[in-house]
Design a protein around this ligand. Sequence first.
Ligand code: DAH
Length: 338
Amino acid sequence: MSLLERINEVHNQLKKDLSNVQKTFQSVEDLRLKYIGKKGIIPALFRDFGTLGPNEKRDVGKDLNTLKKSAEEGIQIITDKLSGSDHVDSGFDHTLPGFPFKPGHLHPVTQTMNRICDIFREMGFGTEFGPEVETDFNNFQALNFPPNHPARDMQDTFFIEDNILLRTHTSPIQIRTMMKQKPPIRILAPGRVYRNEAINPRSYCVFHQVEGLYVDENVTFAELKVTIEMFAKKFFGKDVKLRFRPSFFPFTEPSAEVDVSCIICGGSGCRLCKHTGWLEIMGCGMVDPNVFKACGIDPEKYTGYAFGMGPERIALLKYGIDDIRLLYEGDIRFLEQF
Ligand code: DAH
């Protein structure tokens, strides 16, 4: 077979190999070695070409160069495609089913806050927010905690500067709202609050509160009771019983704490309710006239009620969790249960 015939034959084989080669780097490399590697077919042809006389060289040279070029370009094109493509056969089985996609969900505390807000929204309460860094005036003074008053000790405070602090409750949102809005006011104020407390199963230095405020002419304690009762029945179920215990908050007078019948034992006594049959869920009361005065609202004309509750506490009760710290550790195994 003449060299020219061999070149043609190799060229035909090359075309077949280029179109059939497996799309892996290894197969393409094998192909490169076969044709243009040092010990490959084309360098061998060149060696034979070297033995030809000048006239024959002229006839054969062109075809041999074309063959060499086809091999180099063909292999380059496949290599480029492989490098840029996501179909590289890495040995991964593309027909395997995908990993199950785990959608996230809202944190149990957020779920609880949302549920509380939804129930009050149905009763006509709007939503207000406020900053977590507050003034002493909004957090304490305007809420009828005078400077150096012992009632301040009820809320261990993180101070940032003399009169700037991390809010210890959401009640300053009452102040902000009453300062900028004329009654009637009917708002819910959810948010994060901070207290400089030792961390233990029952308390954490960061938690949430949902504050409620209703101000208008002739608002009464009876309305407060009915509103809280409607909320509790929607949240805990219609059979829940309520009791209002006299209490003290500087910003309400009279003040009360609200208990619901234990959601585990229904009132007969168990570990959750410490055998009392009752669980405390919030504080509330009639807005103290001093608070109205601090906000420029006429206490002779308007009355109002306020209440405040902790969604963490309510979530702990609702789900029977006995350690508040679990809510803040971000452990997926814990969170995915809710
Ligand atoms: N701010 C109170 C606290 O952090 C909770 C509270 C009690 C809010 C009674 C109120 C209220 O609006 O009327 O302990």
